[in-house]
Design a protein around this ligand. Sequence first.
Ligand SMILES: Nc1ncnc2c1ncn2[C@@H]1O[C@H](COP(=O)(O)OP(=O)(O)OP(=O)(O)O)[C@@H](O)[C@H]1O
Ligand SMILES: [Mg+2]
Length: 254
Amino acid sequence: MSFLEVKHLFRSFGGLQAVFDVSFTVKKGSIKAIIGPNGAGKTTLFNLISGVLKVDSGEILFNNVHLENLPPYKIAEMGISRTFQNVKLFNNMTVRENVMIGRHTRSKAGFFTGMFNLPWSWKEEEEILNKSEEILDLFHLEEVAHLYPDNLPFGKQRILEFARAMTMEPEIIILDEPAAGLNIHETEEMAELITKIRDWGVTVLIIEHDMSLIMDISDEILVLSYGKKIAEGTPEDIQKNDEVIKIYLGDDDA
Ligand SMILES: Nc1ncnc2c1ncn2[C@@H]1O[C@H](COP(=O)(O)OP(=O)(O)OP(=O)(O)O)[C@@H](O)[C@H]1O
Ligand SMILES: [Mg+2]
């Protein structure tokens, strides 16, 4: 039995095959990267796993439970948390509140009971506060916790989105281009955080175009092109793969 297993997954948009017969497995506690040119189907694949999109056919198994076509909140409750290619934060809430709200989505009493301070949720409130402070500390956000997200440098906004997803204490975290738009220093900080949470046992699925980051941190890499899997293996395997080299040298001047 596999931890996360994707079998013969298909999804199209009109006549376009965005994900075409993709199969792979992810080992618990590993970092698996999905790479490929623009439009390869990477985000679509993450949207299928997190329930944002419905599958046409195929299976997604998490600890042997079928995830395909479950609503996103159910998948989140089961322990799969994500961030988005375009940062999504609540700009009318402070950094601390953004982190706390991530925790509320998994709290039993629910956000509204929490807001009105009903007695039976007090203990839970306290627990959320403690957990949020822990996360703010781990992601080096305590100094900016009182600020609003749009006053933060872009790198910190991405880290905040990551932190908020981690307050759910997920088993799997799905990151869609977490280093996009970051400078070298911010990218290094992001890489450190990703490997740190992997070392705690959280499984990471990551899409990234920054090849040096991917080659540095990934345990395994899956390469997509035009919706199809064209290669899979360790960073060393992928760097030597002729088809991968052709795609990257053919499409990019990099
Ligand atoms: N909701 C949608 N409706 C129609 N077409 C879509 C939709 N989402 C994605 N597509 C198309 O599916 C293909 C795969 O898109 P996807 O966003 O998964 O690519 P990607 O690998 O994440 O690319 P990028 O690196 O640019 O983020 C693209 O041709 C895209 O235009
Ligand atoms: Mg994408």
